[in-house]
Design a protein around this ligand. Structure first.
Ligand code: HEM
Length: 235
């Protein structure tokens, strides 16, 4: 399902007296990643009538292979609030970002739980090694936009696997259930964080580039085997 463009609070507007406002970071993220979103949605094919129970399990295995190393890298990036470099100690990450990020890095645990319900041990699953760069806050937030946005489509997928396979959030569907009733609230908080962390064009560009890179890494990881070079698939 291709999501519709909804006017953001700062979409392009203008009249004869004032020039149009530049698109907000939220509009840019939505519009500039749309092609990648739709491509990944098509590759995953999670709400189509052809999805089987095995196919669903396979997708969870692939998500595990992507989220486990990515959440680990995100956690490592934001863990130290202060970093020592050449003897000097400096604030590497804004505290607000640390507080916002850490509670959200729980998707791997949900995937492990769901796969356990479906009889899969995660210890031997292949892990993705082609991850998006996470060198600074802007790249981290571009990546976060993608991971958090996935919880929106997740609600639809929860409905579909519930109706089709009888899988509920407590029997193998907790990953797509995401934040459940709190999904809207969490998404609003993510949007605020993105807006307040993009003070200039250069930061915006880095965020958007890394959101696109995150989608692309996931798509390549989930594409059918024949399209993947062997070295990329295995940890
Ligand atoms: C495979 C099935 C998927 C479906 C059916 C789906 C569907 C949707 C829908 C309906 C929305 C709009 C929700 C709203 O505006 O309330 C949405 C938004 C979004 N989805 Fe997906 N999605 C899927 C997969 C993914 C995946 C795998 C990711 C990322 C890993 C993702 C990332 C996003 C993002 C970032 C947004 C927010 C767009 C914005 O408003 O800025 N989606 N998706």
């Amino acid at each position: 399902m291709t999501f519709l463009a909804v006017a953001d609070s700062a979409g392009p507007r203008g009249n004869a007296l004032s020039p149009p406002e530049p698109p907000s970071i939220l509009s840019r993220l939505r519009l500039e990643t749309r092609g990648e979103h739709d491509a990944v949605e098509q590759v995953l094919d999670l709400i189509g009538s052809s999805l089987t129970r095995d196919g669903y399990r396979h997708r969870l295995e692939q998500f595990y292979g992507f989220y486990a190393p990515l959440e680990q890298a995100l956690r490592a990036r934001c863990a130290p609030l202060h970093r020592r470099a050449g003897g000097a100690t400096f604030a590497a990450w804004p505290v607000s970002m640390h507080l916002a990020l850490v509670p959200r890095l729980n998707k791997t645990a949900h995937l492990r739980q769901d796969l356990g319900h479906l009889g899969v041990l995660t210890a031997t699953l292949p892990l993705c090694r082609e991850l998006p760069p996470l060198e600074g806050p802007a790249q981290v937030l571009g990546c976060l936009y993608v991971l958090e946005g996935a919880t929106l489509g997740g609600r639809l997928i929860t409905q579909h696997i519930g109706t089709t396979f009888g899988i509920t959030p407590t029997t193998g569907g907790s990953f797509f259930e995401g934040y459940g009733e709190d999904t809207g609230k969490m998404w609003q908080a993510t949007r605020h964080l993105l807006v307040s962390s993009a003070p200039d064009k250069q930061t915006e560009n880095t965020m958007v580039d890394n959101a696109i890179a995150t989608f692309a890494c996931l798509r390549r990881w989930c594409e059918p085997d024949e399209k993947q070079p062997e070295a990329h698939r295995h940890a």
